[in-house]
Design a protein around this ligand. Structure first.
Ligand code: AMP
Length: 612
């Protein structure tokens, strides 16, 4: 008999449309059983040329070459009378699912070194009785007693609320919003926990919305550009299309933690016998503009689910993210902006449901359960930027690079812009904390990058942070155009921000405010993170509302360009007038990206005109 605590182990299985996982509670902690890899088993089943059974990655790999011998996304057919053909034989959806479940059961048995007979299996909240029954049958065909069919959003909530689910009545009711976006489907559920009873109060979704749609938009964007520049439509050549799609999907993942990425594929096509290579830089800002309408659509579902549950956003205690696509920062930002609640993504959104299934299994078995949350950064790590804070311009706005709650190790980067024309130096001040004003956070270190190219304001500086499990933070700043970079290493960056540190920061800040009332300026008082002389901290890409340094810079550039209009040749003048209009009306109407792009072009113009 297998045992994690002298008892028979019950495994938790997330039987997904695209991927499946198995987990078990050990030492009071749910763990994914990985079998050496990352624990994610593609939900694909196939037969190879010799009729041998393939499960997971090998089946997926032969999908293109042998679609008649491969089955994917069987979950979409559960509960129907459909049959799928594998080679010469037809199978029911239950039978195909049973193959996946058996593979996971055997994986667990190898890991635990003992037979496994019982499992908790998850299903979407919208599954009807026939679909749930089919899932139960699939489990039984795989040799498992299905001790519970659990809703996926319930499982995800359990990961974050395990202690509340042990029936601790003293803890009041909790309402959790679970936003689940995978590759092809999206759903949002409202889960309520009350005295240990956990139920889905409402669920709403869109079976045709997910990360695959983001890939399709990127594919079109890249292909259109290639068509314009090279005269070949990559979408019309099946192999080139498949390669480009794979490349943009990878690029999309990179954009979740970096502001730029270059999609590169050699020999992607040819024209008149000449090989063509693909190389396109994608910017997160542009990508976000492309996917925004889809994200808006998902936010409509959030409203519907709240309405169905007769709740308002202020009634929600926690937001939990599930599904790979929720790593997209725009989704996290939009949810936070609309609800005022920072969504939780500490637990890997691909593994959250399986971990919750294992937690439920442990609760059924009467096992002890500790918090699942380990190896996350307890504080945000970021830099100080020149911006408006409480209507005062200064280098005190905190811009997080690695947000609080990120899983470790973490590597992220953000882009910032120099604030002054011909700026040769940036000083980067690194902080830990959650306050918008860096003076209330803990300073971890500071460094300078000297010798920047003397160009107009807006020189792109990429700040990259890497934080290891043992708390070593490497902060690096790179001038994007030249690759010039500097870095610092901070040991023990996870050292907690103590009450004493906080009190000291407050005191420093109060002293500064007093000085200001008395007529001394904060910079003159030697504030930490201050920008002096030609050194200025970088300015963030996203400006808050109000008259930002960007608006001021636009005004300044426009004034200088206007003074030169008479000296320009007619074509330049026409272009300048158009750019002035784009920069000023764009800034006023909140089209910041366009305003910034026009501003940069105006600055370039100015650079040449004033040189001349
Ligand atoms: P799932 O069905 O939950 O496995 O989610 C798969 C979807 O998540 C696919 O569209 C992936 O491209 C997407 N995905 C995975 N990792 C990331 C990431 N780091 N950023 C954005 N999307 C991601």
């Amino acid at each position: 008999m297998s045992s994690t605590n002298g008892r028979e182990a019950i495994i938790g299985i997330d039987l997904g449309t695209t991927n499946s996982e198995v987990a078990v509670v050990e030492d009071c902690q749910p763990r994914i059983i990985t079998d050496g890899g990352d624990g994610i088993l593609p939900s694909a089943v196939g037969l190879d040329m010799d009729g041998r059974l393939l499960v997971g990655e090998p089946a997926l790999n032969q999908m293109l070459a042998a679609p008649e011998r491969t089955v994917r996304s069987i979950k979409r057919r559960m509960g129907t009378a459909d049959k799928v053909r594998l080679g010469d034989v037809e199978y029911t959806p239950q039978e195909i699912s049973a193959v996946i479940l058996r593979h996971l059961k055997e994986r667990a048995e190898r890991y635990l070194g003992a037979p496994v007979r019982k499992a908790v299996i998850t299903v979407p909240a919208y599954f009807n009785d026939a679909q749930r029954q089919a899932t139960r049958e699939a489990g039984e065909l795989a040799g498992l007693e299905v001790v519970r069919i659990l809703h996926e959003p319930t499982a995800a909530s359990l990961v974050y609320e395990a202690e509340r689910c042990r029936g601790e009545a003293a803890i009041g009711p909790r309402k959790i919003l679970v936003y689940d976006m995978g590759g092809g489907t999206f759903d949002v559920s409202i889960v309520e926990i009350h005295s240990g009873v956990i139920e889905v109060r409402a669920s709403h979704g869109d079976t045709h919305l997910g990360g695959d749609d983001f890939d399709a938009l990127l594919l079109d964007h890249v292909a259109e550009r290639f068509l314009k520049e090279r005269g070949v439509d990559l979408r019309s050549i099946p192999r080139a299309r498949a390669r480009t799609l794979r490349a943009v999907e990878r690029a999309k993942r990179v954009l979740s933690s970096h502001p730029f990425v270059t999609v590169e594929e050699e020999f992607i096509a040819e024209r008149d016998g000449v090989p063509l290579h693909l190389s396109v830089e994608l910017r997160r800002d542009d990508y976000e503009a492309m996917i925004r309408p889809l994200i808006e659509r998902s936010m409509g579902s959030v409203q519907t689910a709240l309405h169905d549950a007769k709740l308002l956003t202020r009634d929600i205690d926690r937001i939990v993210l599930v599904g790979g696509a929720t790593r997209t920062p725009l989704i996290q930002r939009e949810l936070a902006a609309r609800t005022g609640i920072e969504p939780h993504h500490e637990v890997d959104p691909d593994l959250c449901v399986a971990l919750g299934a294992a937690a439920e299994a442990a609760l059924i078995a009467g096992e002890d359960l500790h918090s699942v949350l380990v190896d996350i950064t307890p504080h945000s790590m970021g830099v100080g930027c020149l911006d408006e804070l409480d209507e005062e311009l200064g280098p005190y706005l905190f811009s997080p690079v690695i947000p609080k709650g990120s899983t470790l190790p973490a590597a992220r980067s953000e882009v910032y812009y120099t604030a002054s024309d011909y700026q040769k130096v940036v000083e980067v001040c690194v902080y830990q904390g959650e306050e918008r004003d860096v003076r209330r956070n803990t300073k971890l270190g500071t460094f300078r990058v000297e010798g920047l190219t003397p160009v107009p304001a807006g020189n792109e500086i990429v700040i990259q942070f890497q934080l290891t499990l043992d708390g070593t933070l490497t902060a690096k700043a790179t001038e994007k155009a030249t690759g010039l970079s500097r870095q610092i290493v901070v040991d023990d960056a996870l050292h907690s921000f103590t009450d004493e540190d906080r009190a000291r920061a407050r005191e420093r800040l109060d002293r500064l405010h007093r000085l200001e009332v008395d007529g001394g300026s904060p910079a003159a008082a030697g504030a930490e993170g201050g920008a002096t002389g030609e050194v200025a901290s970088a300015e963030p890409a996203a400006q808050p509302a109000g008259k930002s340094p960007q608006d001021q810079a636009i005004e300044d550039t426009v004034r200088r360009i206007r003074a030169l209009l008479d000296r320009m040749v007619p074509e330049d003048r026409e272009e300048a007038v158009e750019l002035i209009d784009r920069a000023t009306s764009g800034a006023a109407a909140g089209r910041l990206e366009d305003a910034r792009a026009a501003h940069r072009e105006l600055q370039e113009m100015l650079f040449f005109l004033e040189e001349a």
